[in-house]
Design a protein around this ligand. Structure first.
Ligand SMILES: [Zn+2]
Length: 341
């Protein structure tokens, strides 16, 4: 029996050396130490031994069992360590490598322009008003003294839903809504999307953003209009920017003007950007037509006002020297990433 135990230890040691993974180790353990294992089989044979030999053999068999258990345990630890080493090797990170750059979002150039315009007018005490993009023919045209045969009313220029509703062609209906709900003094701007049936090209888009302003109070003059807008262009384009008022014609203002500013590229000398004129047209404006005030329930004998309007996209294109309006709507990040301030 002693020899048998010796034999078991030797073969077990050989077998254990060949074990490379946990499942094989467990199989070996069951084979030798399990309920029907090799060792149990031997112990069962103890009964045949002479009585005096039994305790000695029993003790020896226990020693062998302990030795096997210990060997298995240390092998298990070894396999565990090896697994951990393999895992660490596989998941190893080189912390000296440069990190992946995370793309940070930032505002669209038109948004940057919009924010700056709002800031400038806020600083002059203007309140931001909002209105719906779908408005009535009355608010969009009738209230603004637009004659029934005015070309802008044409089906080919305006998107109508029916005889009453349309997609607003300018933000002026917001001025109308403000004048109807609020008594002077009024000092407001509104910024929003407008829609005209224009073909898309480098300078036109069927959808664009307008910024309009309105001041109504007692004693408002053309001088207030000029002062306000001159201040505005200086704050937006720089202190040395000059503005020139050219007479123009709009149905909703009388007198009306268009404003040119000094070309900020060539400072008036003339360049490709301003087509050699040294000046760039920036906005339209004028004194609110008395009929518009009356339509909105404001006494035109007592109150006067001025209004102005400009295209956000146009101002954005001027500020960032963008030569095609379509870039502003395509949202190609390679484009918009260039403009951060
Ligand atoms: Zn120029």
């Amino acid at each position: 029996m002693k020899e048998q135990l010796k034999e078991i230890q030797v073969t077990f040691s050989q077998r254990l050396r060949e074990v490379n993974e946990m499942q094989a180790l467990e199989n070996l353990r069951v084979e030798y130490l399990g309920k029907t294992g090799v060792l149990k089989e031997i112990l069962r044979g103890m009964g045949k031994l002479p009585k005096e030999e039994r305790p000695v053999m029993g003790a020896h068999a226990n020693e062998v069992r302990d030795a096997l258990e210990e060997a298995i345990e240390s092998k298990r630890q070894e396999l565990k360590d090896r697994q951990l080493d393999a895992k660490i090797a596989k998941e190893w990170i080189d912390i000296t490598l440069p990190g992946k750059k995370i793309q940070m979002g930032h505002p669209h150039p038109s948004t940057l322009t919009t924010r700056q315009i709002i800031d400038v007018f806020h600083s002059m005490g203007f309140v931001l008003e909002d209105g719906p993009e779908i408005d009535t023919v009355a608010n969009n045209f009738d209230a603004l003294n637009s004659p029934p045969d005015h070309p802008s009313r044409d089906l080919s220029d305006t998107f109508y839903f029916d005889e009453v509703n349309l997609l607003r062609t300018h933000t002026s209906p917001v001025q109308v809504r403000t004048m109807m709900k609020q008594k002077p003094p009024i000092r407001m701007i509104s910024i929003g999307r407008c829609f005209r049936n224009d073909a898309l090209d480098a300078t036109h888009s069927p959808m664009f953003t307008q910024c309009e302003g309105l001041v109504v109070d007692e004693g408002i003059t053309m001088g207030d209009l000029k002062g306000t807008l001159e201040q505005f262009v200086k704050l937006l384009f720089g202190a040395d920017t000059k503005s020139v008022f050219r007479p123009h014609n709009f149905p909703f203002t009388e007198p009306s003007a268009e404003v040119d500013i000094t070309c900020f590229k060539c400072k008036g000398a003339g360049c490709r950007f301003c087509s050699g004129s040294g000046a760039i047209e920036i906005l339209g404006c004028g004194m609110v037509h008395p009929q518009v005030l009356e339509y909105c329930g404001i006494d035109s004998e007592r109150y006067t006002g001025f209004a102005f309007g400009m295209g956000i996209e146009r101002v954005t294109m001027l500020r960032y020297e963008i030569d095609d309006i379509r870039y502003l709507f395509e949202n190609d990040q390679r484009f918009s990433r260039q403009f951060r301030r």
